[in-house]
Design a protein around this ligand. Structure first.
Ligand code: A2P
Length: 274
């Protein structure tokens, strides 16, 4: 279990667990609470929610009733950029989460441009509402624009990432800037699990397709937040630290890329905010 708490060091000095639970598309209520409780029981110490998910209250309840000290859990939420003031919205998040701080607060997507919300993010950080601040769905150009004006640099860029969405030059741009890249939808929201190449590698490795996809992202140096509401799958997705994909398996997975290793966080058609 200790092995499973592999972490990556962030630019603010904090350690972010490599595998966490994402709760995108999990409705507020018992299903969300059960998923977070199951993850914490399994040993997860990173839980990722967002204002836009509408389930911060359930996440907060599950964390509080777990009995695990708050400081042992790395909690992420995200600023919904349809609102104006990231600091004000952080306070509301903390109320819903029932906690004094989050460990990481991300701009959910660069709606309206990559820089306007950052002063509010920095204000949230300076007020102690969050330990770290970062971004999500930012491409390399947007990251560079933000770095030019930020007083506190972003610690994390959370991006759509899987072998099929292998944004290698974006990951490199993050690494060059000291920003930890984090993969969301590592299973392609489930779509990649029955891909024949993934299935073949899984059976050759003696692991499940989900474990292969998560392990691939871990070996690429990312933190990864698979979503599941099923305890057995939550356990399965966490059991990725006792095996390694060999070079052939990694190359075969790399070859599934459909993005031409773009530096963009999303393709044009996926930019739901513009
Ligand atoms: P469920 O929540 O019903 O378990 P992603 O993390 O890429 O967004 O993928 C999430 C999707 O993949 C969800 O539909 C989730 O379903 C499913 N899923 C997550 N883990 C597994 C697993 N180990 N095996 C099969 N399906 C999984």
């Amino acid at each position: 279990m200790a092995d499973a708490q592999v972490t990556r060091k962030l630019s603010n000095g904090a350690e972010i667990p490599v595998v966490g639970l994402g709760v995108w598309q999990v409705p507020d209520g018992p299903e969300c609470e059960r998923a977070v409780a199951a993850a914490l029981e399994t040993g997860y110490r990173l839980i990722d929610t967002a204002q836009a998910y509408g389930n911060e209250s359930s996440v907060g309840r599950a964390i509080r009733s777990s009995g695990i000290p708050r400081e042992e859990i790395f909690l992420t939420t995200k600023f919904y950029p349809g609102k104006r003031d990231a600091r004000v919205e952080a306070e509301k998040s903390l109320e819903r989460l029932g906690t004094d701080y989050v460990d990481l607060y991300l701009i959910h997507w660069p709606q309206g441009g990559p820089t306007w919300a950052w002063p509010g993010m920095e204000a949230a950080s300076e007020a102690g509402l969050t330990r770290g601040i970062g971004i999500s769905n930012f491409g390399a150009t947007e990251l560079q624009e933000l770095l030019k004006v930020s007083q506190i640099p972003p610690a994390v860029n959370q991006i759509l990432f899987s072998p099929f969405d292998y944004r290698r030059s974006l990951v490199e741009a993050c690494e060059d800037a000291g920003v930890v890249a984090q993969a969301y939808s590592p299973l392609g929201t489930g779509r990649h699990l029955d891909d024949p190449a993934v299935e073949r590698i899984a059976s050759a490795t003696g692991r499940t397709p989900a474990q292969v996809l998560i392990r691939w992202a871990v070996q690429k140096g990312l933190s990864v937040i698979p979503k599941s509401t099923h305890k057995t799958r939550i356990e399965e997705n966490f059991a990725v630290f006792d095996f390694e994909l060999d070079e052939d398996a990694v190359s075969a997975l790399d070859a599934l890329d459909t993005t031409n290793q773009t530096p963009d966080a999303l393709s044009r058609s996926q930019k739901w905010w513009s």
